[in-house]
Ligand binder design. Structure first.
Ligand SMILES: Cc1cc2nc3c(=O)[nH]c(=O)nc-3n(C[C@H](O)[C@H](O)[C@H](O)COP(=O)(O)OP(=O)(O)OC[C@H]3O[C@@H](n4cnc5c(N)ncnc54)[C@H](O)[C@@H]3O)c2cc1C
Length: 509
């Protein structure tokens, strides 16, 4: 909503909005022979320009049409100030051309994302949420987090923050398909290149300083992309949304900071006897295990463990794996927390005005898993942060800019935060007639998102470290933190609004 308001705020700065031109391509890349909007071509140098007419030019080249890159394309296509921009999307994933074929009763995909209310709002703004709702998804209004020592637990209820839901779990392929469907509905100039970026030339300082009226000089001031099928194209702005091993980041010479966690996550879908509406997470000595509802009688498992254990669990037979999951979720490692130790009885009567509505709910055992319902996959976990998000004609979003531990399900939500911010910055640039690839404009995006992302990464890394140590006094402290968060309403409300993406962490502002 705030994005729409921001768009309206600057709309008055536009003299004559361009008309959108439809150039949607379903099965092959389209070379646009007309100069894309926003790229100035001087009449004096028409000959030189004709020479370069064979090379397509775009306002924006989105490299990586994954969940984050496609959201940016949709977002730009939805905003009055940016929907006229000519957009290239480069990705060899055949789903971009054919669309993934998903049926509602297909077995669930093991790759899922917990999306926050802030992400749901973005999807509603860009017209993609209605498609998510046509497929399997699961809203959850409760969450229970506890520790294997049996000392503490926290239950979150959407009611604690006057909300209907805490989030929604959606298969990644459903999020992706919904974005594709929404983009197909929009009347914009876009070209899909079903291939990969192989190299990129960025304007040098001398070509930038020579920028003048001539077309050739204008082209020299653009980014030139070479694709692995031999196609070349020019763009005013290259967006790297090509994941954690980003080629755009590498070609732009942007360095990263980070470390491996020496942990892997095993993910899969499991079945239980009844439908689940709660997100469960239990902290074990080697890392957390989460059971996330995904609709019907299915839930998704995200289980963090050592890489060696992950390899063993990946090849384990179904019966042993189901047994291991139930052991990790409930019956093994330590006792269930006792609701009376720190819970409602003592604390809530003492601090009556500040107790949360869920404090009296008591600890609940998670559903018993009865069946494996998908393949198992294992991912090594790491933290990575790009030292810069923006340089001349290049900007990074999503996993190309940052990867985090999945323990709080924030990774793609951070990417969607990048999408909202970058779309607004581009719209602001268009509104005042700026060059959208200018680094001074792009740095506004970097400043906005770096602060938010670093704060979230620090919190997640702190959690990862606090829960990787099995040490008596620390276990008690953790239990106290769980119980404090369980009992005090303001703390619980704040945790819910930070995790849902609606408020920024206090040290970010
Ligand atoms: C186990 C696990 C669980 C997770 N759970 C959650 C969760 O619950 N909630 C959450 O918010 N996040 C979660 N995440 C994080 C989330 O999955 C990622 O943040 C998200 O997938 C990043 O999306 P992306 O589009 O930035 O990158 P990617 O999904 O990596 O997409 C990159 C795209 O770029 C394309 N590409 C790559 N190189 C090139 C090239 N040279 N040229 C052209 N195209 C290229 C690829 O084909 C791909 O389509 C989890 C991650 C893991 C590992």
């Amino acid at each position: 909503m705030s994005r729409l308001i921001a768009t309206r705020r600057i709309a008055s700065n536009i003299f004559a909005p361009r008309l959108a031109t439809r150039s949607f391509c379903n099965d092959a890349p389209v070379t646009l022979n007309n100069a894309p909007s926003g790229i100035h071509i001087d009449k004096e140098h028409e000959d030189e320009e004709r020479f370069s007419n064979d090379v397509p030019q775009h306002d924006i080249a989105i490299v990586g049409g994954g969940m984050v890159g496609m959201a940016l394309a949709c977002s730009l296509a939805s905003m009055p100030l940016t929907k006229h921009l000519s957009i290239a999307i480069i990705d060899s994933n055949p789903a971009l051309l054919n669309g993934p074929s998903i049926k509602k009763d297909d077995p669930p995909d093991p790759r899922v994302s917990t999306v926050t209310p802030a992400t749901i709002s973005l999807f509603k703004d860009i017209g993609a949420w209605e498609y998510v709702e046509q497929h399997r998804h699961a809203y959850f209004d409760r969450m229970q987090v506890w520790d294997y020592t049996g000392f503490g637990y926290t239950r979150y209820n959407a009611r604690d923050a006057d909300k209907d839901v805490l989030g929604c779990v959606v298969e990644n392929k459903v999020l992706h398909k919904s974005l594709l469907s929404s983009l197909q509905d929009k009347d914009i100039k876009k070209t899909i290149y079903s291939t990969r970026l192989s190299s990129m030339s960025l304007p040098t300082r001398s070509s930038v300083s020579e920028t003048g009226a001539s077309a050739s000089k204008s082209l020299a001031n653009l980014a030139k992309l070479e694709l692995s099928d031999g196609t070349n194209l020019y763009a005013k702005l290259v967006v790297g949304s090509d994941g954690s091993k980003s080629r755009v980041r590498e070609l732009a010479g942007i360095k990263t900071t980070g470390w491996n966690y020496s942990q892997s996550a095993v993910i899969c879908t499991v079945e239980h006897p009844a439908e689940n509406f709660c997100a469960w997470q239990r902290f074990l000595p080697a890392g957390p295990i989460a059971l996330l509802p995904i609709g019907d009688n299915y839930s998704n498992i995200v289980w963090t463990m050592s890489p060696k254990d992950a390899s063993n669990h990946k090849i384990m037979n179904e019966a042993d794996f189901v047994k291991a999951v139930n052991h990790a979720l409930d019956s093994g490692y330590g006792p269930r927390p006792d609701s009376r130790v720190f819970g409602g009885d003592v604390f809530s009567s003492f601090f009556r005005p500040n107790v949360t509505s869920s404090v009296n709910e008591g600890f609940e055992p998670p559903p018993k898993v009865v069946k494996l319902a998908s393949d198992k996959m294992a991912f090594p976990l790491s933290l990575m942060h790009a030292n810069q998000y923006a340089s001349k004609r290049v900007v990074l979003i999503g996993d190309a800019a940052h990867t985090v531990h999945p323990l709080a399900g924030q990774g793609v939500n951070m990417g969607y935060g990048d999408v909202s911010s970058l779309s607004d910055v581009i719209a602001d640039g268009v509104a005042v007639g700026s060059d959208i690839g200018e680094v001074t404009l792009l740095k506004k995006y970097e400043t906005d998102r770096k602060t938010a992302n670093i704060a979230m990464m620090a919190v997640l890394d702190g959690f990862q470290k606090a829960y990787s140590v099995d040490f008596g006094p620390l276990n008690i402290l953790r239990a106290a933190a769980f119980n404090g968060a369980n009992v005090f309403a303001p703390l619980k409300r704040n945790i819910i609004s930070y995790a849902s993406g609606e408020r920024r962490l206090p040290f970010m502002s």
